[in-house]
Design a protein around this ligand. Sequence first.
Ligand code: MLT
Length: 268
Amino acid sequence: MRALVNSVHIDFEEHGAGVNVLLIHGFPLHRAMWSGQIEGLKKCARLIAPDLRGFGKSDVPAPPYGMEDFAEDLNGLLAHLRVERVILCGFSMGGYISFAFQRRFPEKVAGMVLIDTRADADSEEARGKRLEMAEAIRQRGVELAAETMVPKLLAEQSRRHNPDLIARVASMIRDNSADGVANAQLAMASRPDSTSDLGRINCPVLIVVGDQDALTPVAVSEAMAARLPRCDLRIIGGAGHLTPMEYPERVNAAIGDYLRNFEETCRG
Ligand code: MLT
């Protein structure tokens, strides 16, 4: 399915019935990263999974754009679907976008599931590396993103013993255009620090993180959890950064338990 929002075609899929859950993918992936969650959770929730601008089958608009633009697109998509309140489920970059959405449209956020993500902005060094990487990807193509990101996304165990998962992740990255991936790098480099928002987020929050996540380590999630007024933290043993694809059943169990807080719309 496709919706025109903010002059950008956003491609998305929708499954199941129950509480509205917006699945916001990470970088440099697309909505197919959620296939395990869609399979496991569609019996208890209405799952809406878009390709963000610049990814998958959605349009790649001209830069610059930032986290707020991704959030505006998602708000436009929800309006298109006549969804008034939603649980945001954001993985990594999807978490950065969730914070931007929550800042802009707090009344629309019924809950948040933050998976392998962080609230703080980039250091100067990290920002510099993103700018270099964006330029290199534009020049050498998206294959460079596949080469550099796959090892970072997966735990050692997955890299050694799960060639099928490696192939699926690499192929998903290659589905994207170099420009879309580079534009998102620049968008993440300029994202604001959301740490000071955490104390004001009053909805129930679930944080999920892989115990071997090297990009957003457990300590980062623990620090976020300590600031959030209503937060549960679930650590997934054996997972790296890409926890929803590495251990879909364990992630689904954590999200399923969380969704049971929303009894009126989700009966598990
Ligand atoms: C992601 O998984 O979305 C990225 O690792 C986020 C980032 O590069 O900060």
